[in-house]
Design a protein around this ligand. Structure first.
Ligand code: SF4
Length: 206
């Protein structure tokens, strides 16, 4: 299994940089004791185990949905009442944890974003030494889709209702393949930490 760096590199680091800037203590200036920002993170009751403290003293995480005892269903009900029923899970456009439904949604509703992720997928094939945790070259090839097929050719229409029914005993894996990991992604709760990804529907190690 490869080490995930996306949340740390592209969310947590930039947020810390911005917070320091907003506080008036850009790196490497020392932040005085007792100076901090309060950051609200949207973790619902069904994923309370993902609620974490920030790892620095100048940021304190609050979890308002937990304070209100709101589940994901409560959030959906509330968004529906505002006419926002289609609000998607939070995630990056080219997240490798997307399921087929999310890939199809991008392909079928946003041609420019689809072209963007297809191009991105092709560009990461050989990896980038600087992006690896150890700084060493990628062994093998990188793909966004779990089939290890270029996204433009990947079987994103693969799981039909009939196939899902036939796969009932392995519905857990099939569901992840279709819908992606259940969680959204936020800086202190990376969706890539989901256990469901340790094995995939193609029988390949992740
Ligand atoms: S949404 Fe996906 S790609 Fe983006 S930070 Fe989270 S795990 Fe990484």
């Amino acid at each position: 299994m490869t080490r995930r760096q996306c949340t740390g590199e592209y969310k947590v680091k930039p947020i810390k940089k911005k917070v320091r800037e907003l506080l008036g203590y850009p790196y490497p200036v020392r932040i005085p004791k007792g100076v901090f920002v309060e950051q609200w993170v949207g973790i619902s009751t069904d994923e309370f185990h993902r609620a974490k403290d920030a790892d620095v003293k100048y940021m304190r995480n609050r979890h308002p949905l937990l304070d209100m005892s709101w589940s994901r269903a409560d959030c959906v009900r509330y968004l529906t009442s505002l006419g926002l029923a289609d609000t998607p899970k939070s995630s990056c456009l080219g997240c490798p944890f997307h399921g087929n439904a999310q890939w199809r949604h991008i392909r079928d509703t946003s041609p420019s974003e689809w072209a963007n992720v297809v191009e991105f997928d092709a560009a990461i094939r050989q990896g980038n030494a600087r992006a690896n945790a150890s700084g060493s070259r990628l062994l093998g090839e990188a793909f966004l889709h779990r089939s290890r097929v270029p996204l433009s050719e990947a079987p994103i229409d693969h799981v039909t209702a009939a196939e899902r029914a036939a796969l009932q005993p392995e519905l857990g894996d099939a569901d992840v393949l279709e819908n992606g990991v259940e969680d959204g992604c936020s800086p202190w709760a990376c969706r890539g930490d989901a256990d469901a990804l340790t094995q995939d529907d193609f029988g390949l190690a992740t």
